[in-house]
Design a protein around this ligand. Structure first.
Ligand code: PHE
Length: 452
């Protein structure tokens, strides 16, 4: 049997995990959910969730991977017994579903980058023009399908090259590039007159906007943005060597992800408020408001190119990580060769994404309580499947494998930190055993309507 792939260094994992975590979630979704749920108040709850649930589940998943050196299904089985492999399979399936609709939205971004290069964005000087243009493009079945396919091909090419030469190398180039582009845009945003309103909007809490629905969204997003509950971090962790310090290698990507979310929200809000507009609290922020703002700014065509490039870079490194668990599964469980596994997984994800790609054109009549197919798929994945996968991982670590064994495994490589900060063991014990499973359960029940 060929030896299992591994990262070439610790940095390889850190950048790959950061690349996975930083995605459309940070740049496309985070600003609009913060806008929708009252700015600072939502932010406070979100940060609390990251600490009590996000970070510990992240560590738990990487720990499962590093300990077993297997794909999620194999890993769950090895630690929990045969019936637990179902939990692992669920997470792989979730990653597969996410990769399908993620590619559709990323395809729009790719399409908008092309529009920006063609100078089309500078023509969208009014909100009405931007909305009409966006709806026009989405209304073309061919446009959405073409870019969905193109994006999937880019993803498949990277995955095809393998863990080190594909995933690791892409992240080593794309993640630093993403930070540079983000910084350029931040400088631009902060120089806008009136941009301080954007800053205040982000930090001043409006507690009245913090509904139970906002809590579900905050938790779902904490999971989505750290790529949890879908086998990604288990799989990436399985390419780590045994003695790696998990506290370090997990904390850095989680912090990088949070910083990018905050900065992206700041960029979006300073630019939008600076142009005298309101963040309209919807997905339209990226495709309606931002193009209008750029069309009126000096040098706007370049800003548009930079902006959509930023989002595209973020999307590529996440998409590869959503598909990798399926590939690892086909390779570990069924001894497939990497190339065949990549071909099957990417073409399967493409096909599964087709209805979502057609959700605003040929299949626009298919709706359920006002949501089209794309909305339905993404809602089911982020509100149900992802928390469910995260719950499975943390129950495995905290209850089945047990806190004694899992904390012993976690100490391995991080002895120094655990000795210097005795509260760390208590913190992880509490999160693995109590806070993460119970909070996830409550929010999951709420999402399923149990409390209504
Ligand atoms: N974390 C990514 C984001 O914030 C999304 C993602 C989900 C990536 C699932 C990989 C797997 O956009």
């Amino acid at each position: 049997m060929p030896t299992r792939a591994a990262w070439s260094s610790r940095l390889g994992f850190i950048l790959a995990a950061a690349g996975s975590a930083i995605g459309l979630g940070n740049i496309w979704r985070f600003p609009y959910i913060v806008g929708h749920h009252g700015g600072g108040a939502f932010l406070a709850v979100y940060l609390l969730f990251l600490l009590l649930i996000g970070l510990p589940v992240f560590v738990a998943e990487v720990l499962i991977g590093r300990t077993t050196q297997l794909n999620p299904a194999g890993a769950f089985r090895k630690l929990g017994g045969p019936s637990w492999s179902r939990g692992g399979e669920l997470t792989i399936f979730t990653g597969f579903v996410v990769s399908a609709f993620y590619s559709v939205v990323a395809g729009w971004i790719l399409g908008y980058l092309v529009e920006a290069f063609r100078g089309e964005i500078s023509l969208l000087t009014t909100h009405h023009a931007a909305v009409t243009h966006f709806n026009g493009l989405l209304g073309h079945p061919f446009w959405a399908l073409f870019y969905h396919a193109l994006f999937m091909v880019i993803t498949a090419v990277i995955l095809y090259r393998g863990v080190r030469r594909g995933i690791e190398k892409a992240n080593r180039i794309l993640v630093p590039l993403l930070f540079i582009v983000l910084l350029l845009l931040l400088v631009h945003g902060l120089r806008q007159p009136g941009s301080e309103r954007g800053l205040w909007f982000l930090v001043i809490p409006d507690w009245s906007a913090l509904t139970p629905a906002a809590l579900v969204t905050a938790l779902g997003h904490a999971f989505f943005t750290l790529s949890l509950g879908q086998g990604t971090m288990v799989t990436y962790g399985s390419y780590l060597k045994g003695g790696e310090n998990l506290l370090k290698v997990c904390l850095i990507p989680a912090v990088m992800d949070t910083i990018v979310s905050l900065v992206a929200a700041l960029v979006v809000f300073t630019i939008v408020f600076g142009a005298g507009q309101e963040p309209n609290g919807g997905p339209g922020l990226l495709f309606h408001t931002i193009p209008t703002v750029f069309s009126q700014a000096p040098g706007g065509e370049w800003l548009a190119i930079l902006f959509f490039l930023l989002v595209l870079l973020a999307a590529v490194t996440s998409e590869i990580s959503a598909l990798e668990p399926s590939i690892a599964y086909l390779m570990d469980r069924w001894q497939w060769r990497r190339h065949s596994a990549v071909l099957l997984a990417s073409s399967g994800a493409f096909l599964l994404g087709v209805p979502s790609a057609l959700a605003s054109s040929l299949l626009s009549g298919v709706t359920y309580s006002g949501m089209n197919i794309l909305d339905i798929t993404s809602t089911i994945a982020s509100d149900c499947l992802i928390p469910l996968g995260g719950l499975a991982a943390v129950l495995l670590v905290g209850w089945r494998w047990g806190t004694h064994s899992s904390l012993t495994a976690l100490r391995c490589g991080a002895e120094g930190q655990f000795r210097a900060h005795p509260w760390l063991a208590a913190y992880f014990w509490f999160c693995f055993k109590i806070s993460a499973p119970f909070l996830i359960l409550i929010v999951l029940m709420d999402a399923l309507g149990v409390f209504r």
